[in-house]
Design a protein around this ligand. Structure first.
Ligand code: 4AD
Ligand code: MG
Length: 462
């Protein structure tokens, strides 16, 4: 007989039929005559109740059915007399696939802290919280592809290994096959990369944007969705060394179009979660963040506030608030500033545009004023920056001048600069941090708890 997933069983009205369920024991309780096993197979946050008539089963077998054990149950689906569930399974046969010794299995009692679960990240998908988070993560990935597919954007695969530094921040992991104990040197005594695997210095990508722009300037609209890597030594709740990023890039989009896209896209994803992940979101709302559902509904229902960086700075300065970091014109905004604007001043998501050029990357379109660029950051409640993007500099001369001004090497990105020589066009794009999106949608406050296997400074376990 075919195994039924618990999510389907619980929704099914096929009572009084034979079923097979397979899953992991969450709890077992009962009395002299009957045992109740709560079985979960990861398909939903709810368990199915398996009712075991003790007279039909041997003591030895029942003893082995402990929290964490994996079972196959053949039985009958019946209407449940108990409250809390519509149906239950009356066990006729139980096969134990794998036992879980109560002395050693770490996920015994309920209610572990997130910190403890991080230490056993290889087991935490078996908890209700991580089951919910990982199902929501899947749903968001699916919705992202659906959104772009239905809006004329092509999924474009940019390389993971590159020789360029898109953000110019130098926070890169190098990729090499050189023997680090015996690095080849050239005549000047410098590392001789011509002997390395790729014949030049390479790194894991920090962003697929530069290659994404080539896609946009040929296919019109593209998006990337893949892992990105940053070797920033920042131990915050919002930074991971490996995270996923979604980067749409569109020809003929100006900053205004880019903002429209970002707002529509984010609202679509949140609406999708509200519609398709209801039970998991309700669980997160109950367990971790009682304002979660209200916040999600609010963001979907309200316009984002669009604002110039310069006005943002004026508001911060006029706030009378003592911030930890300074916020004079020209400073990069810190999370505390972003959250003040979003949570306290405007009380809604903010799209901040036209930042000083000195704090933004080389590729952003320069404004007439000579000191700002057509950048846009989308700032979200609880998160701060969730999206960073811009209109791109499409003028060859201005782009080269900026590259030189910043002391970058034109030779490293000759192919990128070339696109501005032939058939250049206005275009724009942005990057959405997938894991920050997940923090927002699940209500969890630490990026380490929305990734299955987080990588952060001094941590690459599992
Ligand atoms: O603002 P960032 O650095 O922008 C870029 O990389 C552009 N090339 C994107 C583009 O225009 N195509 O990063 C974009 C987003 C941030 O807003 C944030 O959500 C996320 O990526 N992000 C991180 N998420 C987790 N950990 C980190 N260390 C992150 N750094 C950036
Ligand atoms: Mg940014």
């Amino acid at each position: 007989m075919k195994t039924r997933r618990i999510v389907e069983l619980l929704a099914s009205a096929e009572v009084d039929s034979d079923v097979v369920v397979k899953g992991w024991v969450r709890t077992k309780r009962g009395n002299k005559n009957v045992a109740f096993i709560a079985l979960n197979d990861g398909s939903c946050v709810k368990n199915v109740q398996v009712v075991v008539d003790l007279q039909k089963f041997g003591d030895e077998q029942l003893r082995q059915i402990t929290t964490g054990a994996c079972l196959r149950v053949d039985g009958r689906l019946v209407a449940s007399p108990g409250s809390g569930q519509g149906v239950e399974v009356q066990a006729e046969k139980i096969e134990i696939y794998g036992t879980a010794d109560p002395e050693t299995y770490p996920l015994q009692k309920k209610g572990h802290s997130l910190e403890f679960l991080r230490e056993i990240a290889y087991l935490r998908p078996r908890t209700n919280t991580f089951g919910a988070v990982l199902r929501i993560r899947h749903a968001m990935a699916f919705a992202i592809h659906e959104y772009f597919h239905t809006h004329g954007f092509y999924y474009f695969h940019t390389p993971i290994i590159t020789g360029s530094d898109c953000e110019g921040a130098g926070a890169m992991f190098s990729v090499t096959t050189m023997d680090l104990n015996n690095v080849p040197r050239n005549e000047e005594g410098k590392v001789d990369f011509t002997q390395d695997f790729f014949g030049k210095p390479c790194n894991l990508t920090v962003s697929g944007q530069l290659e994404g722009e080539l896609g946009a300037l040929s296919l019109g609209r593209i998006y990337t969705f893949g892992p990105t890597f940053r070797a920033e030594n920042s131990n915050t709740v919002r930074h991971a060394s490996e995270f996923w990023m979604i980067e749409p890039e569109a020809a003929f989009y100006e900053l205004e179009d880019n903002m429209e896209l970002a707002e529509d896209f984010l609202k679509y994803l949140i609406r999708y979660a509200l519609e398709h992940c209801r039970e998991d979101l309700e669980f997160m709302n109950k367990m971790w963040d009682p304002e979660l559902l209200d916040r999600l509904n609010f963001v979907v229902a309200n316009d984002f506030k669009r604002l110039d960086y310069t006005e943002g700075i004026e508001i911060l300065k006029a706030s009378g608030r003592k911030f930890e970091f300074p916020c004079e014109w020209g400073d990069d905004l810190q999370s505390e500033h972003e959250r003040y604007l979003v949570e306290e001043h405007f009380k809604r998501p903010v799209i901040l545009i036209n930042y000083p050029k000195a704090i933004k990357a080389f590729y952003m379109k320069q404004n007439e004023d000579g000191r700002t660029v057509r950048a846009m950051d989308v700032l979200f409640p609880k998160i701060g920056e969730i999206i960073g993007g811009s209109e791109r500099e499409n003028d060859y001369g201005k782009l080269c001048a900026r590259v030189r001004e910043l002391g970058m090497n034109e030779k490293d990105i000759w192919w990128y600069l070339d696109t501005r020589k032939w058939g250049s066009a206005p275009h724009s794009g942005f990057g959405l941090g997938f894991d920050r999106l997940l923090m927002f949608v699940t209500g969890l406050g630490n990026i380490r708890d929305v990734q299955p296997f987080p990588r952060t400074p001094k941590n690459a376990e599992f």
